[in-house]
Design a protein around this ligand. Structure first.
Ligand code: ADP
Ligand code: MG
Length: 267
């Protein structure tokens, strides 16, 4: 922090609306030391404001221990550098504001999803999603064609039979997973499926490397029955949310992951 007073060259620069050139610091009368420059035995120097005078970012200065007369060209060069710096700071501050705004909007969406679905629809990052995954029941299997759906369902069914009693409604889970698997094929062209067991719950994870769901479309895509970007029924998410205890979703271009969860002892 530079106090904008006459106690230093930097402070005095902040008070002026033009660059300050010092020919000989020891003979200076416009501002007083002691300051950093005197401690460093500075003799000559120049300083300019970074940014505009009303809201300056700071001061840029160049100083020498030997006597030197700084010319208009020198000052203009220093001011040009300060202006470039100010531009860069300004851009990065604008960007930061946008990123913060975007994050706030996303968080609001996420809170609303949870609120209107009674906590069933959990939208999160892939990292967070993976923290909520249990141990795998079998290998991951690939989906590329609609014809793969029947065998994928059968495979899921078999893995659930091996690890869960009839406490888990496997029929409902298979139906819900079928919707997410169909989405991976329909909206991304391919995907993969894997089942997990977590604290007595069964989890089915469906991943694809497609375009993802645009955040601005996410409320309609997940919560509005009949909404589809592909002129199909648009009830996949409605069915999944109806049948499962929890649906975790992380989506971004190149990675959409849906995890359907159903606890044992499901009514
Ligand atoms: N894996 C996915 N990748 C990209 N977009 C998806 C994916 N799953 C769903 N969507 C988007 O969500 C919308 C709603 O999905 P859904 O309720 O299953 O309806 P439908 O599949 O009939 O369009 C889709 O139209 C699509 O825009
Ligand atoms: Mg669908």
């Amino acid at each position: 922090m530079v106090p904008n007073d006459r106690g230093s060259q930097a402070g005095y620069t902040l008070l002026s609306d033009h660059p300050i050139i010092v020919d000989d610091l020891s003979a200076e009368t416009r501002f007083q030391g002691p300051d950093l420059l005197i401690e460093h035995q500075v003799r000559s120097g120049m300083s300019v404001i970074i940014g505009n005078k009303n809201e300056p970012f700071g001061i840029l200065g160049a100083h020498t221990k030997k006597h030197r007369t700084f010319t208009d060209d020198d000052v203009n060069f220093l001011q040009a550098m300060a202006n470039m710096l100010a531009g860069a700071i300004d851009r990065s501050q604008t960007e930061e504001t946008l990123v913060t705004k975007d994050r706030e909007i996303r968080q609001t969406y996420i809170d609303v999803f949870a609120a209107v679905t009674g906590g069933k629809l959990v939208v999160l990052s892939k990292e967070e999603l993976l923290e909520n995954i249990g141990r795998p029941l079998g290998k991951a299997f690939a989906l590329a064609f609609y014809e793969d759906l029947a065998s994928a369902r059968a495979q899921l069914r078999k893995e659930m039979d091996e690890s869960f009693s009839r406490d888990v409604d496997k029929q409902e889970m298979t139906t819900a997973a079928g919707e997410a698997m169909a989405n991976a094929i329909k909206h991304s062209g391919s995907g993969q499926v894997r089942a997990f067991k977590s604290n007595g719950s069964v989890q089915v994870m469906i991943e694809d490397a497609g375009p993802g769901i645009d955040f601005s479309l996410l409320p309609k895509a997940t919560l509005m029955a009949g909404f589809s970007t592909k002129q199909t029924l648009g009830i996949g998410f409605t069915i999944m949310l109806e049948l499962c205890d929890r649906l975790m979703l992380s989506t971004q271009p190149g990675d959409t992951t849906v995890v359907l969860e159903m606890s044992a002892g499901h009514p």
